[in-house]
Write a protein that binds this ligand. Structure first.
Ligand code: 3HC
Ligand code: NAI
Length: 695
């Protein structure tokens, strides 16, 4: 049973009850239809109230059911809404907290709607690559008018119920102190005898010169929606509310919904929705694992990352003290943060009061003795094991028992870092991405001895800092950088074989990446990779790299920070201009190696960059470094600019088909640098069994 039925005097109350958000799955729909029929059969019942248990009226159709037989099974959402609308006794939707998607569509099919203030009202289907498919595109314009309904449907943005009450969506908005059920039952008794029953479908959408408005909307939406088909489909179906009869509009909406639900873009967006939520769940760390209180923080190192990390704590209202080796470095770090907030204030995005509050949460010190009481300390000093050792030995000495000791290392062995302390259970990796105050990803590195409560606390903290926390095991580069290493290696090899940086970047950007590898290198600093490679040349002499990136650094071209990298940059302009000397160096390097340069197609570029990552990811998955394929997708969607409409590297490989990915890998294994293409055993197995990474 996933809806409850009760009778209060002459009013039947049907309460949708499918935690956590009363998604309208088959069982809930069935119970709701049964409830309406039961109320109709009971002579003592004069009106019906539909509401939701717990923290939502309804979050909409049950997304987990999509593309399964249950989604279409009767009673489907259309049948439920038709049953409510066709009821001979008035049906009142009593709305609170969350009323979205199919939930709002059900409410629009009811004869009356009453609501609590502060409820979030939305048709957010577009965010899942869909359009409202249960009458929303036809009924909402009939209530709110064409323009407002179109804005809500195309943006998917929630609007507070009090704003929509003024626009006529609700027949009554109760006071904040009211008891929803009592008030809704009283409302239902009041309107019980009124006939005819008001139906939204009987209204008309009047808009003067609607064709001009719709054409303008089509043009604007088309220009803004990039690779996503859903926003324009939303416009077309809303247009049908003006140009077609209600039933025809409904039919048209249904057709377009069925089309969209099959698209890869929608599947990718739905995958990302669930991937983000599941990433925070660790099988052996139950949801009720006790967490430690994080009320204060310290950050070691006030450089690029330390500053951004400190801002995260400040933004979340957590006081933070930054520690540096010299007063000069500390002042510089603090001044950079002040300047960042000052810029935000100048843009009108921060009030003076908030600015003052934030600056009051920030302080600096040169002494370890002043940070010992912090609940968490995040180390962001140079990427050097010797420096990390000095810092962690100090932290072990000064930090209070129970404090979390976190490292922002991007590649180093967290277990070795933990071993510098006598409390490895308190040590964890918090790998922020640059700029740390902007990027959503937080790779949470679980050491061999990291305590479960420390992991649970850090996952909870990631939410508080508004990050997407993804757990990684310990390995060189963790999930993200270990994969990007293969991508960068292939980019380097492509230069040797015939490409120039701009061809590679353009091909990858056309695929949908925010930035190609060479523009990215220039932004992040080519010296960082150079430093890591120098370590690898000693530690892993078997791995081959193109020397072009080293030659570039030897030319002093570190990227945007030195004014030049793979490209030239002009002051006040972020554009990348190809440089003849760099291109000549690349061509000369091929000649020095005796490699005949050839024309490489864009497809090969994309395949080599993406599949090399996918192959590495398969190893990462098999080794248990990542818990699930969707975690790898989240890392790439939130930290590396992988195109969202492709769902992440693993999801993308699944859509291409693993046998196809495998045969491309086998082809590249026969080419130059074939040694970089040893197919991962997991990929081999899944491809042979006709399976996918994401199950
Ligand atoms: N179906 C199934 N599960 C849903 C769901 C839905 N529509 N909406 C949320 N959930 C689940 C989440 O997966 C999560 O599950 P978990 O606890 O197992 O991880 C749980 O509900 C809580 O979700 P959040 O962590 O997001 O909780 P919040 O309180 O932060 O947010 C929310 C709640 C605002 C409802 C948010 O979850 C949300 O935006 N959901 C999507 C709403 C949506 O897109 N609705 C339209 C569905 S499509 C539709 O209705 C088609 C129709 O037009 C035919
Ligand atoms: P950075 O060079 O900008 O800053 C490091 C700061 O640490 C400097 O201000 C330095 O004075 C200070 N420092 C050095 N030794 C110290 C000590 N013993 N005690 C206190 N402070 C000390 O370096 P960045 O880029 O901020 O990197 C820091 C860490 O973050 C490294 O581990 C790096 O691998 C990691 N990281 C860097 C990313 C990036 O894009 N820059 C991204 C993700 C992680």
């Amino acid at each position: 049973m996933s809806a409850d039925y009760q009778v209060h005097g002459s009013v039947a109350v049907i309460t949708l009850n499918n935690p956590p958000v009363n998604g309208m799955g088959l069982a809930t729909r069935t119970a709701a239809v049964d409830g309406i029929e039961r109320a109709l059969a009971d002579e003592a019942v004069k009106a019906i109230v539909i509401t939701g248990a717990g923290k939502a009226f309804s979050g909409g159709a049950d997304i987990k059911e999509f593309n399964t037989p249950q989604a279409l099974a009767e009673p489907n959402l259309h049948t439920l809404i038709a049953t409510a609308e066709g009821s001979t006794k008035p049906v009142v939707a009593a709305i609170h907290t969350v009323c979205m998607g199919g939930g709002l569509e059900l409410a629009l099919g009811c004869h009356y709607r009453v609501a609590m203030p502060g409820a979030q009202i939305a048709l957010p289907e577009v965010k899942l690559g869909l359009l409202p498919g249960a009458g929303g595109t036809q009924r909402l314009p009939r209530v709110l008018g064409l323009e407002m309904a179109l804005n809500m449907i195309v943006s998917g943005t929630p609007v507070a119920s009090e704003k929509l009450a003024k626009a006529g969506l609700f027949d009554e908005l109760f006071g904040a102190d009211a008891d929803l059920l009592t008030s809704a039952v009283a409302f239902a008794e009041k309107i019980a005898a009124i006939r005819p029953l008001p139906k939204v479908r009987d209204r008309r959408v009047d808009y003067p010169n609607h064709e001009a408005f719709l054409q303008f909307s089509r043009n604007t939406v088309k220009a803004m929606s990039g690779p996503y088909p859903a926003p324009l489909e939303c416009v077309e179906t809303v247009a049908a509310s003006v140009t077609m009869k209600f039933e025809d509009g409904l039919k048209f909406e249904r057709e377009r919904f069925i089309h969209l639900i099959q698209t890869t873009e929608s599947k990718a967006l739905r995958h990302a929705f669930f991937a983000e939520r599941i990433a925070g769940k660790v099988p052996d760390v139950p949801a009720d694992t006790p967490v430690r209180a994080i009320k204060s923080a310290a950050v070691i190192g006030a450089g690029t990352m330390g500053g951004g990390i400190a801002m995260n704590f400040v933004n979340a209202g957590i006081p933070v003290v930054m520690l540096e080796t010299t007063q000069e470095a500390l002042d510089k770090g603090l001044a950079t943060i002040r300047k960042n907030y000052d810029n935000t204030m100048k843009k009108g995005k921060l009030t003076q009061e908030k600015f003052d509050q934030r600056m009051a949460l920030l302080s600096g010190t040169l002494s370890y003795d002043e940070i010992g009481q912090a609940d968490i300390v995040v180390e962001a000093v140079f990427e050097d094991m010797g420096v990390k050792e000095t810092v962690f030995r100090q932290l072990d000495r000064v930090m209070k028992p129970g404090a979390i000791l976190a490292s922002n290392t991007s590649t180093l062995d967290l277990n070795r870092i933990a071993a510098f302390t006598a409390r490895p259970q308190d040590v964890i990796g918090t790998h922020f991405f640059s700029p740390a105050n902007v990027m959503k990803l937080l790779e949470i590195v679980r050491g061999a001895q990291t305590g479960k409560d420390v992991l649970a606390t850090t996952l909870a903290l990631s939410k508080k800092l508004k990050k997407t926390g993804v757990v990684s095991g310990v390995c060189d580069g963790f999930i993200g950088n270990r994969m990007i290493e293969q991508y960068s290696r292939q980019a380097g090899f492509l230069l040797e074989e015939g490409c120039l940086p701009e061809q590679v970047d353009k091909a990858v950007e056309k695929f949908g990446f925010a930035m190609g590898p060479f523009r990215m290198g220039d932004l992040a600093g080519n010296d960082i990779g150079w430093y890591i490679r120098k370590r690898r040349y000693i530690e892993s002499p078997d791995i081959s790299y193109s020397k072009t990136a080293d030659l570039l650094c030897e030319m002093g071209r570190y990227g945007q920070k030195s004014g030049a990298g793979w490209y030239d940059y002009k002051a006040g302009d972020r554009k990348a201009y190809p440089n003849e000397q760099v291109n000549a160096m690349i061509v000369q390097h091929s000649a020095d190696l005796g490699v005949g340069r050839r024309k490489v197609g864009d497809q090969e570029i994309v395949e080599r960059l993406v599949y090399s990552m996918v192959n590495e990811a398969a190893l990462i998955l098999e080794e248990g470094i990542a818990m699930r394929a969707s975690d790898i997708d989240m890392v790439y969607l939130t930290g590396y600019g992988f195109p969202l409409f492709r769902g992440g590297p693993m999801f993308y490989a699944d859509t291409v088909g693993l046998p196809n990915v495998l045969s491309a890998i086998e082809k590249y294994a026969r080419g130059l640098h074939g040694e970089a293409w040893k197919a991962a055993p997991l990929l081999l197995r899944l491809a042979r069994e006709g399976q996918t990474f994401n199950g």
